[in-house]
Every structure is written in structure tokens, then in C-alpha cells.
Design a binder for this molecule. Structure first.
Ligand SMILES: NC(=O)c1ccc[n+]([C@@H]2O[C@H](COP(=O)([O-])OP(=O)(O)OC[C@H]3O[C@@H](n4cnc5c(N)ncnc54)[C@H](OP(=O)(O)O)[C@@H]3O)[C@@H](O)[C@H]2O)c1
Length: 259
């Protein structure tokens, strides 16, 4: 494998066993990163090799670590293990997430709202806090950064959509947190950004009602995306080419947000 844009960088990708997280992890492996695949389960979808095994089969370096996105202790344990083994964490991708309960806002219970926000927004917060605390202690890398933290948000943050109030709140909250955290962490030379995908065909969209998919299809000027469409921007934000991108929400959505 030739030297890549993330050669030797240690990159944690959460929710790496399927969809967008799997595509980012495999792309990072192809760019020479040591990829820490962090999910609740190592197994991939039926017929696929586990993500860390696929990366190794492609000639890259990867390992699996268990992670529960809703537990600070689980995140901190993962960081401890990775730093013990590899010495630092260069890139952290908070991709794990859930669509949660899809209901009109006036029917949502406190529990349903809290559960979605706890996974999507608070999960990203827990990771941002712990990853930033670790990165601050590290020496600068070869392009004068201590690390890069990327959260996967959604076009449904700023753009309302029926039956998705809790999801939209969790994703737009993550955008706000990203911009604020970027102002805190710039002095430590840590990049903090988020990527907001449009509709990408994954396990999450497989479970969407057909009428919602049809309505989403009318907004997707370039059609629906595939998980690999998100990999390029995720490489950019993790690599030297992205070192001056700070506090941004990058829409990768096939035109969804301009219609
Ligand atoms: N697909 C889209 O159209 C779209 C659009 C915009 C944004 N996004 C966002 O992109 C991210 C990835 O979504 P996807 O479409 O690729 O969905 P996906 O295929 O369902 O993947 C979601 C991943 O998150 C993991 N996860 C969920 N809850 C977790 C928890 N509590 N702890 C640890 N891992 C957890 C899942 O692991 P398990 O298999 O163990 O549950 C899975 O690996 C999500 O944040 C989603 O909101 C997706």
C-alpha cells in the first residue's frame, strides 16, 4: 500500500460496523491510518466482513474496540486503551447515531426525546470532551495540529422534516456545540468540524417508510448518496489539507439543502 494522506495517524471511528461509519473507517484504512473501529458490536451487516477485518484484508491496519456511545466510562476506557497501545489519537469521528422515534412532535414522549438526544447530541458531547482532553496533552503532529474531531450531523438539523423533531434537535445541537468547541479548542490546535449528510442509503434509511423516502427523493437533486460519498470529506477534515478548516458544518447532500 502506498503512503496515504493519513499515513500512521491513529483514527477512532465510532459506529463503524455499518453504513457511513464503515465507509469512513475503510477509507481511512486505505489512506494509511491505524483505524480503531469502535462499535457496540464487531459484526457487520449480513455478508460483509467486520470492518476491521475488511481494512486488514485491504492491506491496512485496524482493530476493533467495544464502545457504548451513551456511556462516558466506555468512551474513556477506549481512549485509555488506544493511547496505551498507540501513544496518541489524531482523529476522532463521532458517527454513531440513531434516527430515534419518528413521530409528530405533539406525540413525542419525554423518554423518546431524551433517548434520541442522549445518543446523538450527548454522545457527541461525551466524545468531544474526552477526545479533546486527550488531544490537548499530545505534541503537535507533522502539520502542527494536536488532532481533529469530526461529528456526523445531518441536513435534518437546520432543515425541518416531519416526525423528526428529536432527531433534528439532536443534530442541530451538535452543530452549535461544534462551533462553540472550535472556539475553545483552536488555542490547543485541535480542529473541530461536522459533516451534515443528506439521504445516504444505509441500514438507517432501509427502515424509513416508503412515502418518506419518496418525499426525500424529490429533494435530492443528485439522487440518494452511498456511504462512500461521505468518506472524501471525512478524509479532508482529518488530513493536512483540512488543517485550516475550523468550526464548520459541511453539507454533503446531493443538493438537498439548496432546494
Ligand atoms: N443515512 C443517512 O441518510 C444519514 C443522513 C444524515 C446523517 N446520518 C448520520 O450518520 C450517522 C451514521 O448513520 P448510518 O446511516 O450509517 O446508520 P447505521 O448504518 O444505522 O449506523 C449507525 C451506527 O451507529 C451505531 N450506534 C448506534 N447507537 C450506538 C450506541 N449507543 N453506541 C455505539 N454505537 C451506536 C450503530 O451500531 P449498532 O449496529 O450496534 O446499533 C451503527 O454502527 C448517524 O449519526 C446518522 O444520524 C445518516
Amino acid at each position: 500500500m502506498s503512503a496515504g494522506r493519513l499515513q500512521g495517524k491513529v483514527a477512532v471511528v465510532t459506529g463503524s460496523n455499518s453504513g457511513i461509519g464503515r465507509a469512513i473507517a475503510i477509507a481511512y484504512g486505505g489512506e494509511g491510518a491505524i483505524v480503531i473501529c469502535a462499535s457496540r458490536r464487531p459484526e457487520a451487516q449480513e455478508g460483509d466482513l467486520p470492518t476491521h477485518e475488511q481494512i486488514k484484508k485491504n492491506g491496512g491496519k485496524a482493530e476493533f474496540h467495544h464502545l457504548q456511545f451513551t456511556e462516558t466510562e466506555s468512551i474513556d476506557n477506549l481512549i485509555k486503551k488506544v493511547v496505551k497501545e498507540h501513544g496518541r489519537i489524531d482523529v476522532w469521528v463521532s458517527n454513531a447515531g440513531t434516527i430515534g422515534t419518528m413521530k409528530p412532535v405533539h406525540e413525542l414522549t419525554d423518554e423518546e426525546f431524551d433517548s434520541t438526544v442522549d445518543t446523538n447530541l450527548k454522545g457527541c458531547f461525551r466524545c468531544l470532551r474526552s477526545a479533546a482532553a486527550q488531544m490537548q496533552t499530545q505534541p503537535l503532529n507533522d502539520f502542527s495540529r494536536r488532532g481533529s474531531i469530526i461529528s456526523i450531523t445531518s441536513v435534518f438539523g437546520p432543515r425541518g422534516w416531519p416526525a423528526s423533531a428529536a432527531y433534528s434537535a439532536s443534530k442541530l445541537g451538535t452543530v452549535g456545540m461544534t462551533t462553540a468547541a472550535a472556539t475553545d479548542l483552536s488555542q490547543h490546535k485541535i480542529n473541530v468540524n461536522c459533516i451534515s449528510p443528506g439521504t445516504v442509503m444505509t441500514k438507517a434509511t432501509d427502515s424509513m417508510p416508503p412515502e418518506i423516502m419518496q418525499a426525500l427523493g424529490r429533494k435530492a437533486l443528485l439522487g440518494f448518496g452511498v456511504p462512500e460519498d461521505i468518506s472524501g470529506p471525512a478524509i479532508l477534515l482529518a488530513s493536512e489539507e483540512g488543517r485550516w478548516i475550523q468550526g464548520q458544518q459541511i453539507f454533503i447532500d446531493g443538493g438537498f439543502t439548496i432546494t
